[in-house]
Ligand binder design. Structure first.
Ligand code: KG4
Ligand code: ZN
Length: 329
């Protein structure tokens, strides 16, 4: 079974081909137009998707050594994300579906982050998944394919958003997460004790208090101090965020009694989080799945593999499919 995956929910235009357990191509066109605005500008994102989507899909097909006539399903992101951006991918996919008579599958982007793990790990259930991206932070208990209970969620900022907003306060370019991670590797995580919000309570998260606490901390320091200690501040902030994420993942594992844990989404690329959850898994005897770096942040390989699981379950869509901006369940 050959599946063409298409992703355009935010600022990456991506296409990939998945065929019987193997990713044959995984093309990502990242938009650089947003850098000078310090965040994604929705209108510019839609226009950039429009410009690059055809060449991205063509490249994915050609790198996979295949053509549209050999594609069995087109899997495309329906949401959540920016509506204008989603519409470009979805409309394009519908066009291909009509022109080449290929069935369509509408994929949930957040599910796809989770199932990206099955590109490199054997598909297995049940598991507790921690999805940590730029827009979402949630803990889910997945008992069978595409069926989950939500265990916890952020009440304000997502973990990636916290990295990005705090990085911006430190003068780092958007998105600041990867750069904070790099700087933190040379810093002292114990340099300053930033708050670990909701650490002792339940399975929900809150990161906006941390952002405010970093803002107040920086307001008391002069520029020279911040420049000299940026790596230590990045390490201390990363420690606060990853301590909370790891503690909640542990609590969720204990609550559900699962033996398998999964990280997913852009922040699962974070080296401190990978290390701490690795230690947690080793100490408690859990199997831990984390995608390799290329499958942590937005990509279309994750859309294609999720499409394959949906196809197996007969979850095929049609031309009436609409995009959705927000997660409902
Ligand atoms: O999953 P993703 O690519 O897009 C969304 O669906 O949101 O996640 C993007 C987020 C951004 O906030 C980015 O700063 C963060 O993931 N991120 C990281 C790292 N790599 C990406 N955060 C911390 N450490 C990283 N290494
Ligand atoms: Zn994402």
């Amino acid at each position: 079974m050959n599946i063409l995956g298409i992703e355009s929910s935010c600022d990456e235009t991506a296409a990939a081909v998945y065929s019987d357990g193997e990713i044959l191509s995984n093309v990502i066109a990242s938009q650089t137009v947003h850098e000078r605005f310090g965040g994604v500008v929705p209108e510019l994102a839609s226009r950039a998707h429009h410009k690059t989507i055809w060449s991205t899909v063509e490249q994915a097909l050609s790198e996979a050594g295949t053509e549209l006539r050999h594609i069995d399903y087109i899997a495309v992101t329906r949401g959540p994300g920016l509506l204008g951006s989603l519409l470009v991918g979805l409309s394009f996919a519908k066009g291909l579906s009509i022109a080449h008579n290929i069935p369509l599958i509408g994929v949930n982007h957040i599910d796809a982050h989770l199932y990206a793990n099955f590109i490199e790990h054997e598909e297995s259930y049940p598991f507790v998944g921690l999805i940590v991206s730029g827009g979402h932070t949630r803990l889910v208990h997945v008992k069978e394919p595409l069926k989950h209970d939500v265990l916890g969620e952020t009440r304000d900022d997502a973990a990636g958003e916290a990295f990005d907003k705090i990085g911006k306060l430190l003068g780092l370019p958007y998105p600041a997460g990867p750069e904070m991670d790099k700087l933190a590797q040379d810093g002292n995580p114990g340099f300053h004790d930033f708050p670990r919000s909701m650490m002792g309570k339940g399975l929900d998260f809150s990161f906006s208090g941390l952002k405010t606490s970093v803002l107040y901390y920086l307001q008391e320091k002069d520029e020279a101090f911040i420049a000299e200690n940026r790596h230590h501040i990045c390490a201390s902030v990363s420690a606060a965020i990853t301590d909370v994420l790891t503690a909640k993942l542990k609590r969720a594992a204990e609550k559900t009694g699962t033996k398998q844990l999964m990280l997913a989404g852009g922040v699962s690329a974070n080296s401190m989080l990978r290390k701490k959850t690795g230690i947690l898994a080793e100490r408690s005897g859990y199997k831990l799945m984390i995608p390799s770096l290329q499958y942590c942040t937005d990509n279309a390989a994750m859309i294609a593999i999720t499409g394959s699981i949906m196809a197996r379950k007969g979850m095929v869509g049609d031309l009436t499919m609409k995009p959705f901006a927000r997660l409902e369940t």
